[in-house]
Design a protein around this ligand. Sequence first.
Ligand code: AHR
Length: 500
Amino acid sequence: MAKLVINAERKLSHINKELQGHFSEHLGRCIYEGLYVGENSEIPNVNGMRTDVVEALKQIRIPVLRWPGGCFADEYHWKDGIGPKEGRKKIVNTHWGGVVEDNSFGTHEFFELCRQLGCETYINGNMGSGTVQEMSEWVEYMTFEGVSPMADLRTKNGHKEAWTVDYFGVGNENWGCGGNMNPDFYGNMYRRYQTYVRNYAGNKPIKKIACGANVDDYEWTEEVMKTTFRRNEPGQHGFMDGLSLHYYTHPGGWLNKGSATEFDEKKWYQTMKKTWYMDELITRHGAIMDKYDPKKEVGMIVDEWGTWYEVEPGTNPGFLYQQNTMRDALVAGINLNIFNKHSDRVKMANIAQMINVLQAVILTEGSKMIKTPTYHVFDMYKYHQDADLLDSTLETEIVGLEEENMVPNLSESVSIDADGVMHITMTNLDLEHAYPIETTILGKKVDSIEAQIVTQEMHAKNTFEDPENVTVQSFEGVEKVHAGIKFTIPACSVLHIALK
Ligand code: AHR
């Protein structure tokens, strides 16, 4: 019997709803076909946005959406994507398949999509190949309400009111596709560019995000923090509100990612081990940030995470289209628990990517749409959004097949929402064993219990022929006992328990 102890009287940190954020890039069929089909499409849409997709995304309460990239962002010139569509420039999407980008989805369309989703906006600016002026004019175009060249241009293009930009990223992966910079060079460039990401009077201040490290590049974090961190003091605002981190789970490494659907148990545990590595990365990058920013004013923004496998056979290698199985459900559940546990420092996380690319929550084929196992995990975890993390400890065992791929069997996080409902999410990555859990709850009486689960055999997935193979099921196995509750978490499962 494993023990879980929860102290409802010890709130540790606020779980920003943005920890369940998403990322959409001009890559493959994420934007075009996935989200945007155009006003004249036969697929039902509102102002070009697919109705089925928008409705499904609203159900999981998308809190924030990052756009337009990714690597695409540092080659994106926003003026190509405004004005009458027939006049918009057609360009080559050099990063992703060399296809024609007709710019029919641009700034106005992005804000329209976020309006329909009811989510916050995270724009990623172009530092790699763009000028300070271009970036500054984009911010003016989007957010300035008065009389100015860019505000006038926006009005001329049919939108008089300014929009709200909640987050603005100054470059993406500037250590790589965003310009191959060294950290001190980037840090100084960042100081310069961010100066012109203006907060216009009367607007909600834009949260500025600096480009952070690739995986375990701790030197990048050290140098960028050293160069750019400035404390918020009376009369002066710091230079940044967030520092990003990118980490993908490639089971066999970058050169041996493996199939999304055909894998054995060894690959399963390898994937889980790689997923758990997120915890170490956050801890170690966080420790460096703490040296400069002990008050944790700068959020860690994990704005690209998720599984990255070989593309589905027969699809364009530049489109990064992959299927999604129970393995992805576990990867999502573990990562979201890790983010919650680090919510004192991690202020946003964006799964890559929302639709039809990498660890997508939705896949489309023409007018058909399916929700992936990852979608269903987000659906169960949404109750943590803007709740408070509670102190909890769980006994785990180390499981796996080979010494180098041994991992903790269980992960968990617990929160309490504004209505006093406690939410426990737990994963069991063990492929064979269920685990009985005895839970002691301090400081809260249990009046009623509701529980849901995503569980199946490891390869289970949803297809266009069988879209409901993996879904959220209700779980009846939670029992009230004197000190709290007890239940048995099945093998290969992700569980959500709500206690009133
Ligand atoms: O998400 C796909 C790509 O991965 C992004 O464009 C880039 O930022 C990262 O390398």
